[in-house]
Write a protein that binds this ligand. Structure first.
Ligand code: AMP
Ligand code: ZN
Length: 432
């Protein structure tokens, strides 16, 4: 059930709560090796020096490099005896970073995950099949405990082994799944190979996250499985899933502001931006005991949606993540996000569920090739038909992204699939 007291809290009350909690974060930060040094450098001597929330701007950002520098215990704010678990990032962009948790930290995280699942309309009557990787990666355990606390029947299936996933779904009548969107798309093909029409599985909802995906990917999944799919956002530095989540309105993700203080900044000038302005999301933990993080630069690009959500929750919403400021590609001087290409590909019903963007250097120019799987059945068999769709995709990419991409079509199942986060870009320029 909706926790009215906290989820529909008035803005002024929320800000009071955030200030109290931010002071708590600061008091924890003073106990860490990393922040102690940093605070003495900027002349901050006590949490009481922070009078209002906007004073947060006096504190420098924390970056992924800082976290690496603090590896393994530079950010630890409690005695080791109080730590009950640690998690590490998947290292999508380099060395992993570590976050320690106390028992209370884990309880708070679980509460956010339960709240997120409830926002999508899931109930204790649902059976939850968790197809995320368990382990150091936070995708598995976070929603696992959240779903258990909600009272769902949880199947800790983990990632991969698609045949077994399908079997579990059929035998135990799974109604809610949690997976990366790319894995769920891959699964759709496998289900079809087994001779099952996907809606026959009886799924009702999917929680999809851990990687950027377009609105068209969501629609495709909803259409294939006849489900409602909800975008789930998080990162290990901020616990994991349960940072921001879509509610039944599916109009942006509620960022749980009682647990995280958010700012959006221009990634170059670092100035703070207002609502509806796209920039990099910066987050501060407000509840965490073991690993307080202040103004953490997520590198994820989004914007805050102005106005309240129709569901009644007052936590502000962020838009679908456009990509990371550091996975922006520059193709012959033009800035390009893989998500822009994906949005175009997924509009076409003939296009399958897997694709790869490859970039090479050809006599000093960047050459971009978009390889995508297709559904051969949807073509007439005439070569001209294939060429027609290729040309449409090429022209759409040209006009929307200003790059001249070669389009290659591949058989379903022929492009590489990863078990965790999808690898969508192969940039061969770096290897030359
Ligand atoms: P990790 O810490 O390994 O879980 O990776 C976290 C990163 O995954 C985030 O900073 C985002 O770049 C990405 N991510 C997680 N969830 C989503 C989502 N729903 N949409 C887009 N990107 C996501
Ligand atoms: Zn809502």
């Amino acid at each position: 059930m909706l926790n009215r007291e906290i989820e529909t809290i008035e803005r002024s009350e929320l800000e009071k709560l955030q200030l109290t909690r931010f002071r708590f974060t600061l008091s924890q930060a003073f106990k860490t090796e990393f922040y102690k040094k940093r605070f003495s450098r900027i002349g901050l001597s006590s949490p009481e020096d922070i009078q209002q929330l906007s004073d947060i701007k006096k504190i420098p950002f924390t970056t992924k490099d800082d976290l690496r520098e603090g590896y393994p215990e530079g950010f630890l704010a409690v005695h080791k005896d109080e730590v009950v678990r640690l998690h590490a990032s998947s290292g999508t962009t380099g060395m992993p970073t570590v976050v320690h948790h106390t028992k209370r930290d884990l309880d708070n995280w679980t509460r956010l995950c339960t709240r997120s699942l409830i926002a999508t309309g899931a109930t204790k009557s649902d059976t939850f099949q968790n197809m995320m990787t368990y382990g150091l990666f936070t995708g598995g355990l976070g929603l696992h405990y959240g779903a258990e606390a909600l009272g769902m029947l949880v199947i800790p299936a983990g990632a991969g082994n698609t045949k077994r996933q399908i079997q579990l779904m059929r035998d135990f009548k799974t109604t809610v799944v949690h997976a990366t969107p790319s894995y769920l798309l891959h699964m759709a093909d496998e289900v079809a190979k087994e001779g099952i029409t996907p809606p026959k599985l009886g799924l009702k909802k999917a929680m999809i996250g851990a990687e950027p995906h377009s609105e068209n990917i969501r629609k495709k999944l909803e259409d294939i499985f006849k489900i409602d799919a909800y975008n789930s956002y998080g990162m290990s530095e901020m616990n994991g899933p349960g940072v921001a989540f879509e509610c039944i309105a599916k109009d942006g993700m509620h960022l749980w502001e009682d647990a995280y203080y958010m700012e959006i900044i221009n990634p170059e000038s670092c100035e703070n931006l207002g609502e509806d302005c796209e920039g990099e999301l910066v987050l501060t933990t407000l509840e965490r005991e073991a690993t307080p993080l202040i103004r953490y630069r997520t590198r994820d690009l989004t914007s805050v949606i102005a106005g309240l959500c129709s569901c009644g929750r007052t936590s502000r919403r962020i838009r679908r993540i456009k990509g990371r400021s550091d996975d922006m590609l520059i193709i012959n001087g033009v800035n390009l996000f893989p998500s822009q290409i994906e949005a175009i590909l997924m509009k076409h019903p003939e296009v399958g569920t897997n694709y790869l963007i490859q970039i090479e250097k050809k006599s000093s120019l960047d050459k971009i090739t978009v390889k995508t799987e297709i559904y051969p059945k949807l073509f007439s068999g005439e070569i001209t038909d294939l060429d027609r769709v290729k040309k449409v995709i090429h022209d759409e990419i040209k006009s929307a992204c200003l790059v001249n991409a070669s389009i290659e079509f591949h058989e379903p199942g022929s492009l590489p699939v990863s078990q965790g986060k999808a690898v969508r870009v192969s940039d061969l320029r770096k290897e030359e």
